[in-house]
Design a protein around this ligand. Structure first.
Ligand SMILES: C[S@@+](CC[C@H](N)C(=O)[O-])C[C@H]1O[C@@H](n2cnc3c(N)ncnc32)[C@H](O)[C@@H]1O
Length: 345
């Protein structure tokens, strides 16, 4: 197995591999991977602060209403980190693959077949990496995420690292042929992503290599009354937290700021329809969003000022509404190539 090499000194602390065996060796010798220890805040996610107990203060995760959440209010990450969420992200992965006719849009297939190094930022439970690693056995896939929900058994050409992207990426300049990031912008402060992460994505990409970003594109199309009500509260809450909930054009602008280093392709969009009228894929897409809303039930009740029971009823009504009025949300893929003559200054 190849090692990821860097000229930087390794620090003493290792990534916490408690939930996974990475398949890659990380001994602290001088020329191997630099380790950024993840920082965990002792404070709490604001919406569930009221139910937190002092004994949870130093825990990385907290259990609320039978679901497990990251216990870190420095992150704007509200979805659960548990097995139910793992299942949901795998379901969503297959929906995305069908909707886009493949796992990626960047022109990287030849490179992947010959053997490329690939990084997935905010990889979650690793659905994309697991599938790509099997499709391209001579390429190497690395997934990073702050929440270690990584699969215990994975192909030998896949590795997972726990780290906070806000601390920078623990890789040398020009390491990866392909860097991809999906549905992470919608979980973090936009200003921080724009100012810190964009530079890091470009830095770790090889000259001539590609970056691909997939996210929610724009406001909903044809939302019913319940959908509008949920959006009004939820999107307002996320915006107040500094999250960009429809980042498509802004992502293009953010990369265009680095026009000496990258070439930005026109953004591609796909409409995702929700509900029975959109066939089996519409049903699956609706199921996925319902699971996500159930996962943030504690936040919905908090921001909408409703009880848990009222929230459950609202989600039942939302499902009925989507089966009658076909809601559409658009997702985009932005493809960025690092210039061959790009200089990492
Ligand atoms: C909505 S999930 C998307 C997961 C995966 N990319 C997918 O498409 O299924 C967002 C992921 O970003 C991760 N994340 C959020 N903030 C992060 C940070 N600061 N550093 C690293 N990962 C982060 C979360 O833990 C979560 O797994």
């Amino acid at each position: 197995m190849d090692r990821i090499r860097t000229n930087r000194p390794a620090s003493l602390k290792m990534f916490d591999f408690s939930d996974t065996d990475s398949g890659i060796s990380y001994e602290s010798t001088e020329d191997e991977i630099e380790i950024n220890t993840p920082t965990y805040s002792v404070s709490l996610m604001d919406p569930i602060e009221a139910v937190m107990k002092p004994e949870n203060l130093l825990e990385k995760f907290v259990e609320v209403g039978g679901r497990r959440y990251l216990n870190d209010n420095t992150l704007k990450y509200y979805l659960p980190s548990d097995q139910k969420e793992v299942k949901r992200t795998y379901d969503r992965y297959f929906i995305d693959k069908i909707m886009w006719g493949g796992n990626y849009s960047a022109p990287v297939s030849d490179n992947l077949s010959l053997g490329a190094s690939v990084l997935d930022i905010g990889c979650g439970a690793g659905a994309w990496i697991m599938n790509m690693a099997l499709d391209y056995p001579v390429s190497i896939f690395v997934g990073i995420d702050i929440a270690p929900l990584f699969p215990e058994n994975h192909p030998p050409n896949a590795a997972f690292l726990k780290c906070n992207i806000m601390d920078g990426l623990p890789f040398p300049d020009n390491t990866f042929d392909f860097v991809r990031q999906a549905f992470v912008i919608v979980c973090m402060n936009w200003q921080a992503w724009k100012e810190k992460v964009v530079k890091e994505l470009i830095r770790v990409t090889k000259p001539g290599g590609y970056i691909e970003i997939m996210e929610v594109c724009r406001e909903d199309i044809n939302p019913g009354i319940i959908c509008q009500k949920i959006d009004a509260y939820l999107l307002e809450h996320l915006r107040k937290a500094g999250i960009n909930t429809a980042s498509g054009p802004d992502v293009i602008k953010a990369f265009n700021e680095f026009e000496n280093e990258v070439i930005v392709a026109p953004m591609e969009e796909r409409p995702y329809y929700f509900g029975k009228k959109a066939g089996r894929i519409g049903e699956a897409t609706l199921k996925c969003i319902l699971e996500a809303y159930k996962g943030i039930k504690i936040i919905l009740t908090h921001i909408m000022g409703i009880t848990e029971k009222e929230c459950e009823q609202m989600l039942i009504d939302f499902e009925k509404e989507c089966n009658e009025v076909t809601l559409c949300k658009t997702r985009y893929r932005a493809i960025i190539q690092k210039r061959l003559d790009a200089y990492n200054g």
